[in-house]
Design a binder for this molecule. Structure first.
Ligand SMILES: NC(=O)c1ccc[n+]([C@@H]2O[C@H](COP(=O)([O-])OP(=O)(O)OC[C@H]3O[C@@H](n4cnc5c(N)ncnc54)[C@H](OP(=O)(O)O)[C@@H]3O)[C@@H](O)[C@H]2O)c1
Length: 253
């Protein structure tokens, strides 16, 4: 199946590690021009260097999603440099944390407003385009009770509703908006790797809930995002695609 991704102009945030690092690798290999950001200049440079081997246009930048104005400027500059934007994946998260209101503000500013401000900044570019795919990244912790009451789970849940609203409002303009909700993904140096080292019994209790007996991998999520990004999914909008190897046990109606 031809995904039709060749020549697409892509903007991804938080692409030097984890799921979005895999995503930009997959999209560059498919022939996409890509702009991506993270905070560490060294990691941005290393990622840009690796992606350039695919021969497409690669723009790596440093931007902090928490700095709303700077983040939106980076996005509009990136779209201008790319000559448009067909695919947008705001992948950055503040992560979990139970530090009272601090965690709520962090999740609000980064997980939620990173998507809201990102969509708003790029909307004028999307409107001109007429064939755009936006993918937010939520989590299975948004759709089932997980660990404890916390900001990450609740604010990630808000992304699912917001994506649905956007998908309805902008379908006529050719803008599709979907969500991918990964289950626990084991990434070297990532959150589940850290939990494995700091709290092995808890890690093993999560592993025991995976019907396949293993954790997911970054590229298993990234490939699903690539599908939703592509014209192969042209009739899919407003969905929340759970990518968890069967970790969640609910029946999804
Ligand atoms: N891993 C999982 O098990 C899992 C499960 C469900 C959902 N998710 C979701 O999937 C997405 C990716 O998570 P991940 O675990 O694969 O990767 P991750 O470890 O969260 O990756 C972080 C990436 O984002 C950048 N970043 C972090 N804070 C930033 C900020 N304020 N501004 C700009 N860039 C920032 C990091 O680089 P710098 O540090 O250099 O900025 C890095 O490139 C997140 O939305 C996460 O909530 C992950």
């Amino acid at each position: 199946m031809d995904l039709g991704l060749k020549g697409k102009k892509v903007i991804v945030t938080g692409a030097t590690k984890g799921i979005c690092r895999s995503l930009v690798e997959i999209l560059a290999a498919e022939g996409c021009d890509i702009a991506f950001c993270a905070r560490s200049q060294d990691d941005v440079d290393a990622t840009a260097e690796a992606l350039k081997s695919y021969g497409t246009k690669i723009i790596g930048g440093t931007a902090n999603v928490k700095d709303g104005e700077g983040y939106q400027k980076w996005l509009t500059d990136a779209a201008e440099e790319l000559g448009g934007c067909d695919i947008f994946v705001p992948g950055v998260s503040a992560g979990g944390g139970m530090e009272g209101e601090k965690s709520w503000y962090k999740a609000f500013e980064i997980d939620l407003m990173g998507c809201v401000r990102g969509f708003d900044a790029l909307f004028p570019v999307f409107k001109e385009n007429g064939n755009v795919s936006v993918i937010f990244i939520s989590t299975t912790a948004a759709v089932e009770t997980f660990i404890a009451p916390m900001a990450y789970n609740a604010l990630k849940a808000s992304l699912i509703t917001y994506a649905k609203q956007l998908s309805q409002a902008h379908a006529k303009r050719g803008i599709r908006v979907n969500v991918v909700s990964p289950g626990p993904i084991l990434i070297e140096g990532g959150s589940w790797d850290q939990i494995r080292q700091s709290d092995e019994p808890f890690f093993n209790s999560i592993l025991a809930q995976q019907p396949s007996g293993r954790m997911g991998e970054a590229d298993e999520v990234a490939r699903c995002i690539a599908f939703l990004a592509s014209d192969a999914s042209s009739w899919v909008t407003g969905v929340n695609l759970v990518v968890d190897g069967g970790f969640t046990k609910r029946v999804q109606f």
